[in-house]
Design a protein around this ligand. Structure first.
Ligand code: CO8
Length: 261
């Protein structure tokens, strides 16, 4: 991967850890960070040395405290739309990544930060993390997919209450509501748990993983017939070497050796 000005990217044993590195502003997402997140995700897509990614924030306090309010304050109708769309494009890239992406939520995940966490496939949060879509306090609304993904994750009634009141929820309530998958005692444990999950996931057949992600996303895409997407993907799995290997390994009572073919 190339160097970044606003992200730290480290690759360890095929997992890329992408850290938003703007601690003094609580990792608020300015357009330069959004641009670099796109670049980092493109590398996750393209680099055969990377099997999965973790997205997190620098420091103890924030995952990301939202879009950069000083940037959005000066938007008008024309560039407001393109600003939202360019962020949405990057977050869709995360959601549609053929390789699994975990959000390791190390603190405030507000506004665009909560939206970023929701675009990831799985969320692991430290217990001091706080989630919210407080845009109504600023006279605006979520613009990076929050109105859609929050409903998908916690249901319409709770999503509406959060977005209409601007109230935040702590990690334990977020867990109870299904917004996060796991809550940990410390940041260290959060990173370990994220890593453990990805190590388990990436021990499976890579093509099957990407097809699961694609089919699950199809369930929320009005333009797709999810059942047809699933049947087509199942058929595609049937022609892979990994399907032959996985089924043969079961029948021969041995662990499978997946190659991604
Ligand atoms: N944008 C810019 N700067 C921020 C942001 C932000 N979202 N959040 C924090 N900062 C800055 C503060 O201004 C401060 O900077 P400085 O030290 O230079 O004054 C620094 O980070 C530290 O913040 P605080 O002093 O406020 O720290 P506190 O511990 O007192 O408070 C909070 C922490 C509660 C998280 C508080 O910072 C806060 O309320 N932040 C804003 C949260 C928010 O409203 N987020 C939503 C933003 S809007 C959004 O995300 C829309 C997304 C969709 C956009 C679509 C495109 C059109």
């Amino acid at each position: 991967m190339s160097d970044y000005d606003h992200l730290k990217v480290q690759i360890n044993d095929a997992v890329a850890t992408i850290t938003i590195d703007r601690e003094d502003k609580l990792n608020a997402l300015n357009s330069a960070i959004i641009k670099e997140l796109k670049q980092a995700m493109q590398a996750v897509y393209d680099d055969p040395q990377i099997n999965a990614a973790i997205i997190t924030g620098q420091g103890e306090k924030a995952f990301a405290a939202g879009a950069d309010i000083s940037e959005i304050a000066v938007l008008n109708e024309m560039n407001g739309r393109s600003y939202a769309e360019s962020g949405q494009e990057v977050f869709q890239m995360i959601e549609n990544s053929p390789k699994p992406v975990v959000a390791a939520v190390n603190g405030y995940a507000l506004g665009g930060g909560c939206e970023l966490a929701m675009a990831c496939h799985i969320r692991v949060a430290v217990k001091s993390a706080t989630f919210g879509q407080p845009e109504v306090n600023l006279g605006t609304i979520p613009g990076y997919g929050g109105t859609q993904r929050l409903c998908q994750l916690i249901g319409k009634a709770r999503a509406l209450e959060m977005m209409l009141t601007g109230n935040t929820v702590d990690a334990l309530l977020a867990f109870e509501w299904g917004l996060v998958n796991h809550v940990t005692e410390s940041n260290e444990e959060m990173m370990e748990k994220s890593r453990q999950l990805l190590d388990k996931i990436t021990s499976k057949a890579p093509r099957a993983l990407s097809m699961v992600i694609n089919c699950v996303n199809a369930a929320f895409d009005a333009d797709q017939n999810g059942y047809q997407t699933e049947a087509n993907s199942f058929a595609n799995c049937c022609k892979t070497q990994d399907f032959k290997e996985g089924t043969a390994a079961f029948l021969e009572k041995r662990p499978p050796k997946f190659t991604g073919n």
